[in-house]
Write a protein that binds this ligand. Structure first.
Ligand SMILES: Cc1ncc(COP(=O)(O)O)c(C=O)c1O
Length: 421
């Protein structure tokens, strides 16, 4: 089974003449369409708002395209607040969800009029002391009813994030006593989860707690369901059933919250950009020892998900793959690796791929979220360039596509820029 690509080998070869591999390419039309699809699925909820999780793909050009489609931003640090600002996302269109947050970030978030989401009961006094209290306040809840947890988010009871159910009562009561009048409730219970039932289980718990919190004498202006919608990294996996989810949320809202359903917010990252990013790299060496190795000019420093979580990312060898029938090609079994001095620097292990030679162009799929953003400089590796594949006309329709540079590659000078000697 295969995955499709939004560009040709010629386009990539042309680009690679001026901008050496590795680099990332993002498909603007796909990102815009996903952002719209999410809002449309929740169009039954007046006030629905998606805040893109900036950490997933922190680039202001992409954030601005999302803003045009109605998206806000979910930020968790000062630079992320600035990225949102540069993209024209302002005020309550920004959700600020720090954890272990320093005073200066609370001050900045408050100054910008962002919605402040507290990760701890103890942060209420800290916020008041350092930034003053905002008009609107939110707490982050960690649901514990979930049966499973998964490899990325872990067991909810081991989570460093959020408040317990009991602490929520205390937190909202204290906030009310301090004079806060507008409230929201937030959770981020799952990560990369494709099962609709599992998301709905978390929503049921969240709505139930929201209803119980009415005892405190507050009304929620919004409930933020978080992100965590999964994407089918493996070609045989199915797309998340967004309509089933949105309809399921509606039913739960009616059942548990009754007539007064607040605005619902989400802060998806992966679901919006994950499938629309590609890491393009070239094969440097093919090596045979105990196994067959393909050495790329990209490494785990460019994309750490496989090394960090054992995550699967589909790989296409440009134009070596008959899209419909891999069996018609000669195949090999390879470990696809980078050049870090770490043995987990592997993009794929024992992967069946068309016979590979040095110089081949390799595309690693589903690298649009938590990918370039998680890059690092170990072994003196430099972070790669990013390009936006965009069609003429701002909203991605019609015309010849162009590849616009939206982040240049780091240079050795950048690497040395912070050193003092
Ligand atoms: C607070 C918060 N919101 C949203 C997200 C986005 O998650 P995802 O990309 O899985 O949708 C994250 C991811 O780490 C997060 O920490």
């Amino acid at each position: 089974m295969t995955k499709t690509l939004p560009f040709t080998k010629e386009q990539i070869e042309t680009l690679a003449r001026e901008h050496p591999t590795p680099f990332y390419v993002y498909d603007e039309a796909g990102i815009r369409a996903r952002t719209r699809a999410l809002s449309e699925a929740f169009s039954w909820n007046k006030g629905f708002k998606q805040h893109f999780a900036v950490k997933a793909l922190p680039n202001p050009v992409i954030l601005a395209a999302m803003r045009e489609e109605g998206s806000g931003a979910d930020c968790s640090s000062l630079p992320e607040l600035s990225l949102a600002d540069k993209a024209g996302i302002k005020g309550e269109n920004i959700m600020f969800s720090g954890n272990d947050t320093p005073a200066e970030e609370f001050i900045e978030a408050k100054k910008r009029g962002a919605i402040i989401n507290l990760d701890a009961l103890e942060h209420l006094d800290y916020l008041e002391k350092h930034a003053g209290l905002p008009e609107l306040l939110c707490f982050r809840y960690t649901p514990i009813g979930l049966k499973l947890g998964n490899a990325i988010i872990g067991n909810p009871k081991e989570s460093k994030f959020g408040l317990t159910r009991e602490q929520l009562f205390e937190g909202y009561r204290a906030a009310k006593e301090k004079g806060i009048k507008r409230f929201g409730l937030h959770t981020m219970p799952v990560s990369n989860e494709l099962r609709v039932e599992y998301h709905l289980e978390a929503v049921r718990e969240l709505f139930t707690v929201a209803k119980e919190l009415e005892q405190v004498g507050i009304t929620f202006e919004f409930i933020n369901l978080g992100g965590g919608i999964g994407i089918p990294y493996r070609p045989e996996e199915k797309e998340f059933d967004l309509m089933a989810y949105a309809n399921g949320v509606r039913e739960l809202a009616r059942e548990i919250l009754g007539d007064s359903i607040p605005s619902l917010h989400m802060e998806c990252g992966r679901y919006i950009t994950g499938p629309f990013g590609y890491l393009v790299s070239r094969v440097r060496h093919v090596k045979q020892s105990y196994k067959n190795y393909v050495g790329l000019d990209a490494s785990m420093a460019n994309l750490m998900r496989p090394g960090m979580y054992g995550a699967y990312h589909h790989i296409t060898i440009l134009e070596k793959e008959n899209m419909n029938d891999l069996r018609s090609r000669s195949l090999g079994t390879y470990d696809v690796v980078g050049s870090l001095c770490e043995n987990n620097d592997k993009f794929a292990i024992d992967r069946r791929l068309p016979t590979i030679e040095p110089g081949d162009i390799v595309v690693i799929h589903d690298a649009g979220a938590h990918a370039h953003a998680m890059g690092f400089n170990y072994n003196g590796k430099l972070r790669s360039a990013e390009f936006l594949l965009r069609h003429a006309g701002a909203s991605g329709g019609g015309g010849l596509p162009e590849l616009k540079l939206i982040r240049r590659a780091e240079t050795v000078d950048d690497y040395f820029a912070t050193l003092k000697f």
